[in-house]
Design a protein around this ligand. Sequence first.
Ligand code: 9MR
Length: 373
Amino acid sequence: MHLTTVVPVTLAALASAKPCPDEKVKGLDYYAKKAGLQYFGSATDTPGQRERAGLDAAYAQYDKIMWGGEFGSTTPTNGQKWLFTEPQQGVFNFTEGDYTANNAKKHGLSLRCHALVWHNQLGEYVNQVQWTPETLRAQIVSHIENVAGHYKGQCNHWDVVNEALEEDGTYRKSVFYNVLGEEYIKLAFKTAARVDPKAKLYYNDYSIEWPSKKTEGAARIVKMLRDEGIKIDGVGLQGHLTAEGGVTLDQHIAAIKSFTDLDLEVAVTELDIRLQEPATTTNLAQQKEKYKNIVGACVQVKGCVGITIWDFYDPFSWVPYFFPGEGAAGLWFANFTTHPAYDGIVEALTNKTAPVGKGKGKGKGPGKRSLWA
Ligand code: 9MR
C-alpha cells in the first residue's frame, strides 16, 4: 500500500473520531452520572416561547451550553402543554414541542415530557365547553392518545398529571376534577400507560419537596392508582424554591424517601431557587446552600433518579414575571458567568455521604449507586 493512500484515510478517520470519554464535557450531567443519578437536565423552549424576547445575540452561547454536553436531559418548558398541542378542540400542533424533542434527539439528551393533564395553559375551550362526564372523558382520552401518541418512544418520563393538589393536600378544583372527581387522574394514567407503555409515568407537583399535607396528598394519589392496578412509576418534585426559605437537607431527604419507600422513583423536575433582587454575595451564598441541599438529598436517597433545572439561563426564567422583585433563580447570569450555586451543585454531586433509603436506585439498580470517589 502506498503511503499516499494511507495518510488521507488516517486523517479522515481522525476527523470523524468521536471524543474519547475523558474528553467529555465535565459538566453537571457528568458529575450527576458519576454520583449514580441517571441525568442532570435543563428545561428549554423554542426561542419564541422563552420568557424574554430580543436576546437573539445570546442564542449561540445559550445553545452551546444547552446542547453541548453540560446537560444530559431536557424538558420542553411549554411546548408540549395543551395550549400548544391542542389549541382548538381536535386540532393538534406539535411544532413547539418538537423543537425541544428533536434537539434532544440530535444532541443525545434524554427527554422528560411535560405535561398531559394540567389545569393551566389549556386551550380556552377546555374551560368553556359544558362537559358531561362522558364528553370530558372522551376529550382527555383523545388528547392523551394524540399527544403521547405523537411522542411515543421519545419520552423517558411523562408528567401525566400535573399539580392536582391544593396546598392542604385536597384536590384542586380544576375543570377536570369538577366534572370527573379523582377519576380523571385514573383515566389519564390508564390512557398514558396504554399509549406509551415504555415511558415512566409521573405525578408532578410543587411544595412537595418537604413533608406536608400536600406531600401526603401526592402519596395518596399514588396509593389510589396502585389500589386499582394502574401504572405510576414516579413522583416529580418540581423544586421551585427560595434562597431565603428554611427547607433543610433533612426535610428534602424525608420527602423524597416518603415516595421511594412506596417503591416509586423520584425526580426533581423543575428546579429553580429564586432570590430577592438584587443578587448579593449574601443571597447568592444562601442560594448555593439551598441548591446543594436539594441536589444532595437526591444524591443521598436511592430511587431519586435525576434533576432538571427550569432553564439554566436567568433571562429565560419565568420567575421575575410571576414574582416581581425576585429573580436570578437559575445557574447562569445574563452574561453567561455561573452562579456560586453551580459550584454548590458540583459539591453536592461529589460528596461521599452514604445513600439512604430502600428505593430502587433505578439508575444502576438497588444498592448499586456508585458514589463519587
Ligand atoms: O416556565 C413556564 C412559563 O413559561 C409559563 O408561562 C408558565 C405558565 O403557568 O408555566 C411555567 O412552567 C410551569 C410548569 O409548567 C409547571 N410548574 C410550574 C412552572 C412555573 O410556573
